[in-house]
Ligand binder design. Sequence first.
Ligand code: ADP
Ligand code: MG
Length: 314
Amino acid sequence: MGVESTGEFDLIREIRRRVSGLSAVRLGIGDDCAVIEESTNGDWIVTTDMMMDGRHFVLEECGPVAVGVKAMGVNLSDIAAMAGEPVAAFTSVALPRSRARETAMGLMEGMTRMATEYGVALAGGDTNAWDGPLVVNVTLMGRVERGGEVRRSGARIGDSVFVTGKLGGSLLGRHLSPVPRVREAAALRRVVDLHAMIDLSDGLSSDLRHILEESGGLGATIDAGGVPIHSDSRLASERDGKSPLEHALGDGEDFELCFTVGPEDAERLVAHPPGGVVVHRIGTIEREPGVRLRTEDGKLVPMEVAGFDHLRGG
Ligand code: ADP
Ligand code: MG
């Protein structure tokens, strides 16, 4: 707690008024804790992500509503990546003191917009103000059938690798309006056995490696010609001279899903993707560790890791 000058409790009351309930949340905003119903046939999955002004967004440029959308969106994307159903969100905010109230209201507008669209209840949080920049954290609880979460660790040799949409160049703007693939993941899990899955936040070349490492040190070959390249990658390419493919493989914050399925499921998925779900088959899981790129003229070249690493700074 602690937005003394702007009336923390008024602010929370206002937030509370704007938030709608949900059956699994037996008690939401207003008490010391939220109460979430036990998940009888399933497990809870929980994720949390923090975003800082100057690092994940520039408040001056994008405004607080976009920050709220992104803060909720990136967490929804993590729930999607395990094929879960999002249920309840908690948010902690450090507001810049000089504009605490307008910032909080904008943030909440963005968050509740996403929460409503994805059927999530905003069930609690913490509100602070300080002389530093805006920092927002969202924690999101979701549900899966018992043992039904799709992990990073399930890829097998011979699996096909898929992504759910076009990649690259998101820094030109798309990174502020993620479209978390919650429905797509649910639709996919109904029709195929998803072996491993991750959402693309750091860039395909980096995130695919997490699947490979967690799956016991496997490798993959990616077909350059199969990688769906977003038009933003071409725009970014015109600006910095890197190729559109490099942008598609290396840029972060696409928030598409990358997943692997066995050969038969792969054929079925390519022939009959579930309604409304876009899938691109981009490669194959192999025993040989490392990631290779098969160029359009058939050569195999090592794929470099170009994804974003916060501790390395780029
Ligand atoms: P406490 O001091 O007991 O932690 P607070 O005064 O911080 O309680 O918060 C009161 C209630 O308002 C709690 O239910 C808390 O979860 C909720 N809350 C506080 N800030 C936010 C926020 N930004 N968004 C949603 N709920 C919030
Ligand atoms: Mg308390």
